[in-house]
Ligand binder design. Structure first.
Ligand SMILES: Cc1cc2nc3c(=O)[nH]c(=O)nc-3n(C[C@H](O)[C@H](O)[C@H](O)COP(=O)(O)O)c2cc1C
Length: 373
């Protein structure tokens, strides 16, 4: 039976962008740029086009410069070939009436010399993040990186700006800065990985400075309503030593207050995947999204573990404006239709999440159903 009262299915406006619904496809690294130039392929265009009924698609995390690389077969957006490859993707999505933002990523110290012609990765401080890098030879432990000079930090900010420009040329509708746990930006935010004593280290203001310098640079290229940022403030697993610390809560309060003046497309927050009791962010256990809602005055996108039911609920209660879905989009290209007609969801095959060409990528069928009016 058709359900017309689902908030997830309502239209939503961001500046002059009209979203068909409030179901967003979250970024999913799928490792299908299997060519030396890390160029998006026609297969990737088909994959994204299959998912164009989402209100907005966020591209997989995409390298903004050669120094940003740190995971196998992930595409970039820093060469003309890559920009031209992305044009195929954005056109395919637009032809199906969809919208797509480019997610700009830099992995910083969590990279590996195998991706950097043998050079050491660089990060805020010479501290091993103690994670693992998925290299062409399999998973390898991260090493002690080099500390970025201030000039290199300034250059990195320019690299974000250039990638944002390239995303515009490639036909994207906007950009999302990838500041999810483990990436370069959270490496600056974390007390464990940032022990600098210059303007980018020490106080909360200094450690967060790079966030605003990146956004200031990107908003010179894009209207602020086409720029977003994604954080996972409380990630505990797979992030090595970059786990939440005693300053995480005040750090995000500071960031959110300042971001409230940016009029961004949205602030994207991934929720906790684990119980927070006994951690330095325990206070967020029972009021996670409402805490961020309270401290941020703009549009909020909620993520992690949402279902049709919980997604509708968080929108209905007004704690978020948009909900993004990651894993559910892998095996359900028609996720919006499945929500609309209350159809069951398919399970994705984890063996093909990060590799497999079309297998486990573009071969998930749409649901077969009869519409009962
Ligand atoms: C296969 C896979 C790849 C992912 N790649 C990215 C990525 O490139 N960028 C990002 O911000 N998050 C990435 N994520 C996290 C998702 O965007 C999302 O935050 C997470 O899956 C939680 O949402 P869900 O419970 O709806 O799946 C990835 C998740 C999965 C399962």
């Amino acid at each position: 039976m058709k359900d017309t009262v689902q908030p997830l299915l309502e239209e939503y406006k961001i500046g002059n962008l009209q979203l068909k619904n409030r179901v967003v496809m979250a970024s999913l690294t799928r490792g299908r740029a299997t060519n030396p130039g890390l160029v998006p392929t026609p297969l990737m265009a088909s994959y994204y086009a299959q998912r164009a009924s989402a209100g907005l698609i966020l591209s997989e995390g995409t390298w903004l410069s050669p120094k940003a690389i740190g995971f196998i077969n992930v595409p970039g957006i820093f060469t003309q070939e890559q920009i031209d490859g992305w044009k195929l993707v954005t056109k395919a999505v637009h032809d199906k009436g969809g919208l797509i933002f480019s997610q700009l990523g830099h992995i910083g110290s969590a990279s590996h010399p195998d991706f950097l012609n043998g050079a050491l990765p660089a990060g805020p401080s010479a501290i091993n993040p103690q994670t693992r890098s998925f290299t062409p030879e399999g998973f390898k432990d991260t090493l002690t990186p080099r500390e970025l000079t201030v000039a290199e930090i300034k250059q990195t900010i320019q690299d974000y700006k250039q990638a944002a420009k390239n995303a515009k040329e490639a036909g994207f509708d906007g950009v999302e800065v990838h500041a999810q746990a483990g990436m370069l930006i959270p490496q600056f935010l974390s007390l464990a990985t940032n022990q600098r004593n210059d303007m980018y280290g020490g106080s909360i203001e200094n450690r967060a400075r790079i966030v605003f310098e990146i956004l200031d640079a990107i908003t010179e290229i894009w209207d602020s309503t086409r720029v977003a940022i994604k954080f996972a403030p409380v990630a505990l697993s797979h992030v090595g030593i970059m786990t939440p610390d005693k300053e995480t809560v005040p750090m995000f309060q500071y960031i959110l207050k300042k971001l409230s003046d940016y009029n961004l497309a949205y602030l994207h927050i991934a929720g906790p995947a684990e119980d927070l009791s006994g951690t330095p962010v325990e206070v967020l256990q029972n009021n996670y999204f409402s805490h961020f809602r309270q401290h941020y005055k703009g549009r909020l996108m909620a993520n992690l573990g949402f279902t049709q039911e919980s997604g509708n609920a968080i929108l209905r209660e007004g704690t978020a404006d948009l909900v993004s879905f990651g894993e559910p989009f892998i095996a359900n290209p028609d996720l919006v239709t499945r929500f609309k007609y209350n159809l069951p969801l398919s399970e994705g095959n984890r063996d093909t999440y990060y590799s497999g060409e079309e297998n486990g990528y573009t071969d998930y069928p749409e649901a077969v159903y009869d519409v009962v009016q």
